[in-house]
Design a protein around this ligand. Sequence first.
Ligand SMILES: Nc1ncnc2c1ncn2[C@@H]1O[C@H](COP(=O)(O)OP(=O)(O)OP(=O)(O)O)[C@@H](O)[C@H]1O
Ligand SMILES: [Mg+2]
Length: 187
Amino acid sequence: MNRLLEVKDLHVNFNSKNQHIQAVRGISFHVNKGEVLAIVGESGCGKSVTAKSIMKLLPEKSCTIPKGSILFNGEEITTMKKKQLSKIRGAKIGMVFQDPMTSLNPTMKVGDQIAEGLIIHKGYSKKLAREKAIEIIKQVGIPNPVHCCTKYPHQLSGGMRQRIVIAMALICELTDLFYLATAIRQI
Ligand SMILES: Nc1ncnc2c1ncn2[C@@H]1O[C@H](COP(=O)(O)OP(=O)(O)OP(=O)(O)O)[C@@H](O)[C@H]1O
Ligand SMILES: [Mg+2]
């Protein structure tokens, strides 16, 4: 058994001037290497907040984790500095967001956005990263990947955009990666 992710009794709160929301109240689960885990629940029950806590993507000002622990490869994420986590995020944990428009840069061609992860995390040359981007676009089932690379997000369909976000999460490709897929609605 190789435990990749362990979430224990996680509590997440949002606090604003006049509101206190207990978005996640004591969720516990684990994912071993090679396993797939689906978290299912009604709208607003805290699935995305749980996923975002693992990625440390929640607003620091208004959001607190009063209780619980998130271990990724044995390392505690809840107390990890953002800088330290940035080495894991994108390289070892990918996230496919619910709304692809919020995770794609509208001013950048999708091929360049996919290639960026390889250049930053793996030191690929631009040329090699582009070739790899084309390959992965093909793998996620988009026809004519060379042409697709040159498009901006708004020039693609919703389903294609979702696939591009999946391609971005997959690009670093290591088999021990943990992927968080939140409600892939359009595929
Ligand atoms: N940034 C935020 N500030 C305040 N409250 C938030 C914030 N993000 C989420 N919430 C609240 O946390 C709760 C859980 O939301 P979450 O997005 O995790 O739901 P979900 O299970 O992913 O739902 P869906 O299936 O609709 O995507 C909801 O009550 C939501 O309003
Ligand atoms: Mg959600």
